[in-house]
Ligand binder design. Sequence first.
Ligand SMILES: Cc1cc2nc3c(=O)[nH]c(=O)nc-3n(C[C@H](O)[C@H](O)[C@H](O)COP(=O)(O)OP(=O)(O)OC[C@H]3O[C@@H](n4cnc5c(N)ncnc54)[C@H](O)[C@@H]3O)c2cc1C
Length: 400
Amino acid sequence: MDFGIPKTLRPTLETIRAFVEEELVPLEPRFLAEPFSALAPILEAKRVAIRSLGLFLPQIPKPHGMGLGLVEFALVGEILGRSPLGHYAFGCQAPDAGNMEVLLEFGTDSQKHEFLEPLLAGRERSCFALTEPDYAGSNPTRLGTRAVREGGSYVLNGHKWFATAADGALFAIVTAVTDPEADAHRRASQLIVPLKSPGVRLVRNIPVMGHTGDGWASHAELRFENVRVPEANLLGREGEGFAIAQARLGPGRIHHAMRWIGIGERALDLMLKRAVSREIAAGEALARRQTVQSWIAESRASLDAARLLVLQAAWQMDLMGSKAARREISQIKFLVARVMHDIVDRAVQIHGAQGLTDDTILAFFYRQERAARIYDGPDEVHKDAVARMLLREAAGRSSS
Ligand SMILES: Cc1cc2nc3c(=O)[nH]c(=O)nc-3n(C[C@H](O)[C@H](O)[C@H](O)COP(=O)(O)OP(=O)(O)OC[C@H]3O[C@@H](n4cnc5c(N)ncnc54)[C@H](O)[C@@H]3O)c2cc1C
């Protein structure tokens, strides 16, 4: 393993870092105070500048994007993660990034033309609707949403929620059961559903920790009532829904984990700044207290360890694909989410009451990123998966 930063990537990383700090971080107070739709035109102007630097769509193959491998994109993702606007501005925000990857891999030519091209151009957004209020999202083989073939179309009925960024999106990639009698992992398929189709209802944007959000920065509850989509909108083959969702989630977890490292780095920077600037007695900074020193040291060490683990998982995926890196991907999902969560929590604590206000970005990270331990599989599911793999290996060893 060589985790040295490739020489050719270094200037790019510096340019991206400068852009995030100089162009995006200053927009954060507006992001916190105003609807996302008010900020979207300003971010569009930033995207024009990013495109002219050749830095738009870092994770997408050339000629549309920068064509970075997963390790390289992980390094970019960490820098972008320092601001909640980073991934959006560079065109690699969830859930569009995952949908672009799925369409690139599984889409037909006409699906690519109709749905992928507008995403690559940054003209439209999309969402991914798998989770349902009535079924445990931790076990996505059980779903209530059904799609039935009828006269050249699928007729879709179902209830989804937490579809991030559905508000204003062009289409959803919807996971629906197409064969209830099939094996658990072959029951569902993925359908591309234009959200303007008759029968699609955005019930509400769901408040998360008291914040409803709008546009890209929202999570919707959706109802599908006798929605007809052409058979040509099936992604891959019938029964491949689960496999496609898994293919999407592998790289997606690396993207999230490196974004969380970026959040942890930003929170640690703020922690350090506060520790040296806040006096708790005349001439005595908070930084003199051992508890604070311990938080700083714990945060630095755990971030460095977490980064190496993510880069290792990305390196394995680049080399051998998602399947070979299943354990590593599950490990980073729960470990990095917790590392990031603990650092943000310490940073909030060290800021006292100010940590709970929107005077810094910390309260936003605290509110929004608690979800990291739940989405894309809760901690417990990933720990379960890691333990089962290890136990299977151990059983294999003891029987031989
Ligand atoms: C902010 C946010 C954004 C999201 N975005 C999307 C999106 O864009 N598209 C989408 O489809 N979904 C999205 N989700 C949904 C998310 O993926 C699910 O919430 C997640 O998979 C968990 O499913 P659930 O909420 O139904 O919890 P459940 O499955 O009901 O689980 C509840 C809890 O039970 C425990 N648990 C579950 N399984 C086990 C186990 N095997 N062992 C021990 N304990 C267990 C865990 O503590 C878990 O948190 C999002 C969620 C959030 C919070």
